[in-house]
Design a binder for this molecule. Structure first.
Ligand SMILES: Nc1nc2c(ncn2[C@@H]2O[C@H](COP(=O)(O)OP(=O)(O)OP(=O)(O)O)[C@@H](O)[C@H]2O)c(=O)[nH]1
Ligand SMILES: [Mg+2]
Length: 455
């Protein structure tokens, strides 16, 4: 798909529906014929020109502002024409049809951004940030997307790649000219450089993790036995009576989802059916779905009724979780609910890790919980310097860090310079996938097709 990009594309760039203004955008190598055909006159580049928009018979479809950006000074790097008319779907469709008549084709989703990428107007991480900016659900997420769009994230990646290249040149030269007898093992400066590289990688990874949390939010599942107070907690956190709360055990069966922002951290909170063995078919399905959500959760809050269970030992309280996810202890927080009755102090329970006393009903004990969640998610709320990042960026950074770590290990243990060189080469490829320098057409296609039409 990336070869066939010489033709002229057209799309409605504004959201579908009625609006004061609607924009149709064209991008292609040369747009002179379109300008003549639709406006019936030549217009000056980069100047707002008031004009009629004409159909093939010369009748007026609409009138508005035309803007012409000749290549290469445009969003896509090609010539771009923007027609800003009235925001009604019939008029905008008619304008698009007129452009098709004149030889353009309807753009695929994300195709304008794809062309901007192909023409080096921005790299892949920047193009993704444009989409993330449009999709942002909080002002913090929007700010971090702007930072990525302006290239802050890409600059960090490029810097890491440059460091890697320098180290590779050194290592590969030493392999190619063994007579120079550089002893890798004794080379403190090489180890120091590798150490710094690994540190820099983990610091970028940690920032990217926060950026990705800002974009996607932390998925937090409320789990526990029936009547432990899960739905009450959901309502308290959402500040809204989202879920039905009753003293009847087994009230919730469906999975309920709410998105909230907790001290800057977006949370996707999921309330689930109380976990128990039951003959009731509806509840059985609810329990099955609850486990599915637990499986997918970033963090699980397990609620117990502290008037009934006093032992804050996670393994005793919820053995099924540890049977299913033996390695997942850090995903789990135990909440001793209903402390208004049991009298357990609010907040972190002394001498215990990941155990908090709360009252969903009275909304006490939440402060410590909020900081605990942010801490376990690695979120420091420093949205001032954050940039947006996606899961695929994190995966690449994680792999690159792992490769560097393995390479260093092989160098130290076996003096294996060749293996280090190969690990560094692969690590560099991983990072280059983030900015799109080394990314398969298939992946590019998938990324751009997830963008909206007209972007
Ligand atoms: N005193 C007190 N009662 C609570 C508290 N939290 C919940 N309850 C009560 O406990 C009962 C069950 O609460 P729910 O929030 O429906 O519990 P649940 O875990 O969602 O229950 P299921 O949906 O049946 O699994 C209700 O009567 C709540 O009012 C609390 O902190 N203190
Ligand atoms: Mg419930």
């Amino acid at each position: 798909m990336f070869q066939n990009s010489k033709d002229t594309i057209v799309a409605i760039a504004t959201a579908s529906g009625k609006g004061g203004v609607g924009v149709v955008r064209l991008s292609g190598e040369s747009l002179e014929d379109y300008i003549q055909g639709i406006l019936g006159k030549r217009i000056s580049p980069r100047q707002a020109t008031y004009s009629q928009f004409l159909d093939s018979t010369g009748a007026t479809i609409d009138e508005g502002i035309a803007l012409y950006f000749p290549a290469p000074n445009s969003f896509t790097g090609e010539s771009v024409l923007e027609l800003q008319g009235h925001g009604g779907m019939v008029i905008l469709d008619a304008l698009v049809q007129r452009c098709v008549e004149l030889g353009s084709r309807i753009a695929r989703p994300g195709e304008f951004s794809e062309r901007a990428f192909i023409n080096d107007k921005m790299d892949l991480a920047q193009a993704e940030a444009v989409a993330d900016l449009i999709d942002a659900t909080s002002i913090e997420a929007a700010r971090s997307a702007v930072r990525s769009m302006q290239g802050e994230f890409s600059a960090l990646i490029t810097h890491l790649v440059e460091d890697m290249i320098q180290i590779r040149i050194y290592v590969e030269a030493a392999i190619d000219f063994p007579e120079e007898e550089i002893d890798f093992l004794k080379d403190e400066s090489l180890l120091a450089r590798l150490d710094k590289l690994a540190n820099d990688l983990s610091s970028v990874l940690s920032k990217a993790q926060q950026g990705s949390l800002l974009r996607d939010g932390l998925t937090l599942v409320l789990a526990g036995k029936p009547n432990s107070g899960k739905s009450s907690l959901l309502n308290a956190l959402a500040g809204n009576d989202v879920a039905i709360v009753t003293p009847v055990a087994g009230t919730t069966r469906d999975v309920l989802r709410e998105r909230i922002i907790l001290e800057g951290l977006p949370l996707n909170i999921i309330d689930t059916a109380g976990l128990r063995d039951t003959d009731n078919q509806i509840e059985q399905e609810g329990v099955k779905r609850a486990w599915r959500e637990i499986e997918l959760a970033d963090q699980v809050l397990f609620l117990v009724d502290s008037t009934e269970e006093k032992l804050p030992d996670l393994k005793n309280v919820w053995p099924e979780f540890f049977e299913r996810y033996p390695e997942s202890k850090q995903r789990l927080t135990l909440l001793l609910n209903k402390i208004d009755i049991s009298g357990i102090p609010a907040g972190a329970v002394a001498g215990q890790q990941n155990v908090f006393g709360i009252s969903a009903k009275e909304q006490t004990g939440f402060d410590g919980l909020a900081s605990h969640l942010k801490e376990s998610a690695g979120f420091f709320g420093d949205s001032g310097g954050l940039f947006s990042a996606r899961r695929r960026h994190l995966t690449s950074l994680e792999k690159a860090l792992e490769l560097v770590t393995i390479g260093v290990d092989q160098l130290q243990k076996a003096g294996a310079g060749e293996l280090l060189a190969e690990d560094l080469r692969q690590a560099q490829n991983e990072l280059s996938e983030i900015t799109g320098q080394f990314t398969s057409d298939d992946l590019l296609g998938r990324i751009f097709s997830s963008f909206c039409i007209g972007k």
